[in-house]
Write a protein that binds this ligand. Structure first.
Ligand code: CA
Length: 220
């Protein structure tokens, strides 16, 4: 899961980045409106955390233009306590939820999970595919009820595949989901993660679609 944080205040941004990376997201940080605008043109994000008071652009205007271009990622607005008007304007411009500063990082992570759940049309907090089950809150996975020991990026890759099990993901798309700006990625990183997952899940659980990418094995 790839997340964009738009926030100019380092005192807020730094702990958010650390907490969301810890929670397994690939996180990019745009520190002003211009950077946010450029970032949002790459439609790779699963979730956007948007501060409304920004240098070089207004957060609500940014959100409005993102939605008008057809941007579909859930957007969680971060606002000041006295910003009731901007919260309403943000929701009406296409935000999905908001948090008031200062906020608790565990609550932010839980709201992010809820928004992603809604986006994928699930009502269950768990991801499941046949006998495979993933809990995004604890980041624990089981196969046939037996725990799977997965590295953080293995969990994230599997979560991406399980979220839409019929979809074929190219290696580039998977790399976009798993690695943020400036994170080192080797040319065969995705193959290495897939190989590790196949060893843990069974070789046929992740199917290679030649010339296209990967998807999960079909289940009845
Ligand atoms: Ca601000």
């Amino acid at each position: 899961m790839r997340l964009l944080l738009v926030e100019d205040d380092e005192m807020i941004g730094e702990p958010v980045i650390a907490a969301m990376r810890q929670a397994g997201y690939a996180v990019d940080w745009a520190r002003d409106g211009r950077e946010a605008e450029l970032s949002l043109h790459h439609d790779v994000y699963d979730l956007v955390l948007l501060d409304l008071g920004l240098p070089k652009a207004d957060g609500i205007a940014l959100l409005g233009s993102y939605r008008r271009r057809g941007g579909t990622a859930p957007v969680l607005v971060i606002t000041a306590r006295d910003g009731i008007e901007s919260r309403i304007a943000g929701l009406d411009a296409g935000a999905d939820d908001y948090l008031i500063k200062p906020f608790d990082l565990a609550e932010l992570a839980a709201r992010a999970r809820a928004l992603l759940r809604r986006r994928s049309g699930r009502s269950s907090p768990f991801y499941s595919h046949g006998d495979l089950m993933l809990d995004p809150a604890s980041r624990e996975a089981t196969l046939n009820g037996a725990p799977l020991v997965l590295a953080p990026r293995e969990f994230s890759l599997l979560q991406t595949l399980v979220e839409d099990p019929t979809r074929i993901y190219s290696r580039a798309e998977l790399a976009d989901k798993l690695y943020g700006w400036g994170e080192e990625i080797s040319s065969n990183a995705i193959e290495v993660h897939v190989h590790a997952l196949r060893r843990k899940l069974g070789a046929d659980e992740i199917v290679t679609v030649r010339g296209v990418g990967y998807r999960l094995k079909r289940r009845q």
